[in-house]
Write a protein that binds this ligand. Structure first.
Ligand SMILES: C[S@@+](CC[C@H](N)C(=O)[O-])C[C@H]1O[C@@H](n2cnc3c(N)ncnc32)[C@H](O)[C@@H]1O
Length: 226
């Protein structure tokens, strides 16, 4: 592994905003902050919003800076990516943002029942050959159900037609409530959106920037599962 990467990984271990539960912790289901994020980490009762597959955490960090009265947690397995968001959180002392470096496959062991208000799926891998590995598949939605508050919203932003289409199919098949959808977010931003929501949707992630530059239309939907 490159020296720089090793240094960053070591540095991340000392960052108060990064948690790295190992697989044994998930198997035992005894992650220290499960059900205790508000009391033990954020030390407030503000809503918690989770960005899954956060990469560098543009949504977690961008929204965390804009909305200090809400709490944000980015989850990703790639340490080098999380580092980019975590270093901003450390340097700017943003106490409403945290990161979990772990596999999302164990996400129900990181959060307790009714602990999370909203979920963002930002440019998730489309998994063309493994539909059950898509973060909007029923397999994952059933995990989210265990910690998302009733009426909690799931947002999905993607460049992938395949992922978007399959998400819309899942929404219909399982009778989730579709609240908003657009196949071309920046070309046809839905008219009924307030200015705050427009600002939120306009945050561009690393992958979004790459795929927008290649001419891919950015798709967005939000839905409720209960
Ligand atoms: C295409 S990237 C998008 C990253 C970021 N959201 C963005 O828009 O720039 C997908 C991210 O999801 C993460 N990811 C995919 N499947 C995962 C899993 N099962 N557990 C943890 N992270 C996962 C990858 O490590 C990667 O950083």
């Amino acid at each position: 592994m490159a020296k720089n990467k090793l240094r960053r990984f070591a540095e991340m271990k000392s960052m108060a905003c990064v948690f790295e539960p190992d697989m044994e912790t998930s198997v035992r289901d005894d992650f220290e902050l499960k059900g205790r994020w508000n009391s033990d980490y954020f030390k407030n009762n503000n809503p918690i919003i989770v960005e899954l597959g956060c990469g560098k955490g543009e949504y977690a960090v961008g929204l965390g800076k804009s909305y200090p009265a809400k709490n944000y947690i980015g989850v990703d397995i790639k340490g080098a990516r999380i580092y980019e968001g975590a270093i901003v959180v450390e340097n700017e002392k943003l106490n409403n943002i945290g990161f979990v470096r772990a596999r999302i496959d164990f996400v129900e062991t990181f959060f307790g029942e009714n602990e999370v208000d909203e979920i963002w799926l930002t440019f998730s891998d489309p998994q063309p050959n493994k539909p059950n590995k898509r973060l909007s598949s029923k397999v994952f939605i059933d995990k989210y159900r265990r910690f998302l508050k009733p009426g909690g919203i799931i947002h999905l932003k993607t460049d992938s037609d395949l992922l978007f289409e399959s998400t819309l199919e899942e929404i219909e098949l399982h009778h989730y409530s579709l609240l908003e959808k657009t196949w071309d977010l920046y070309g046809e931003m839905p008219e009924d959106l307030d200015s705050q929501t427009r600002d939120i949707l306009s945050i561009r992630t690393h992958y979004e920037t790459i795929f927008s530059a290649k001419g891919f239309k950015i798709k967005y939907c939000r839905f409720k599962i209960s």
